[in-house]
Design a protein around this ligand. Sequence first.
Ligand SMILES: CC(C)(COP(=O)(O)OP(=O)(O)OC[C@H]1O[C@@H](n2cnc3c(N)ncnc32)[C@H](O)[C@@H]1OP(=O)(O)O)[C@@H](O)C(=O)NCCC(=O)NCCSC(=O)C[C@H](O)C(=O)O
Ligand SMILES: [Mg+2]
Length: 288
Amino acid sequence: MDYRTRLYRSVLYMPASNERALEKARELPVDAVIFDFEDAVAPDVKPDARKTLKAALARGGYGPRMRIVRVNGLDTEWGRADAEAVRDMETDAILLPKVDSPEKIDELAAITGELPIWAMMETPRGMLNASAIAAHPKVAGLVMGTNDLTSEMNARFRPDRRPLRTALDLCLLAAKSEGRIIVDGVYNSYRDTDGLATECAQGRDMGFDGKTLIHPAQVEVANRIFAPSSGEIDLARRQIAAFEEAQKRGQGLAVVDGQIVENLHVATALKTLAKAAAIEARQAERTS
Ligand SMILES: CC(C)(COP(=O)(O)OP(=O)(O)OC[C@H]1O[C@@H](n2cnc3c(N)ncnc32)[C@H](O)[C@@H]1OP(=O)(O)O)[C@@H](O)C(=O)NCCC(=O)NCCSC(=O)C[C@H](O)C(=O)O
Ligand SMILES: [Mg+2]
């Protein structure tokens, strides 16, 4: 399946060393999983985590969930061994942390060959090189690393994320200009579903495809907010119908709810309906 047509509303991190979490991911209604060798795995457990994850992926059971493995940076003592191990795993993509230039992608691709690469965007230099990173032909998606970024910028966490907005916008523009997927950073207070919902809504408004998550309790909120609402689906249907009627009358635009509908609005409406259909199909798969 083309990675662009998949769903990315909820992208759940889990430590690759945590067998219970690897097991649980087979049942959770997430769109994608990031199996982590980096921050979530203690140094002395990293070699065993490679074996644990390889066995879990070989066993399968992750269904339509996108499988992404995050390795340690290639400038760490674990990075190369991680990448070599991932090359032989049943996975859809590999995620490289702290990508600050397209050369970092070349370095990883020299080890992993054709495996699609996702880039963690979490350093000030990475923000300034976002366009070149997103344009790299091996890159399929960008993942915001808002914890590292906040720390590297010596910024403060704020509910409105004002200190990060320029960086988020630069990465969004880079991803959109290259047709890449882009998912938002994590919300650390994993029991605070109201705060998560507010941040998801902000990310959705900005154009992110979904949100990275750290706990199963966050999945429902992200799935709901990154899905088209019933109002959006209804509007999309009415826009398409009105535009078709207008065309039959030889007109190039229609009016719905007092607002014009042109070709570009119809294109957006079709995308909304395609996403809604993909979500419905996913739900039907789960209940069958
Ligand atoms: C944060 C946690 C350590 C909390 O774990 P725990 O105390 O075990 O939570 P619960 O008891 O509430 O768990 C309930 C059940 O859910 C399972 N569980 C918990 N977390 C996950 C998960 N992430 N994936 C799958 N399953 C999960 C537990 O096993 C329990 O199951 P059950 O036995 O059936 O009851 C923990 O949630 C955790 O480790 N989260 C992931 C942390 C992580 O991956 N961090 C790294 C990524 S974030 C990052 O790096 C940011 C980025 O780079 C940046 O810079 O911003
Ligand atoms: Mg990080």
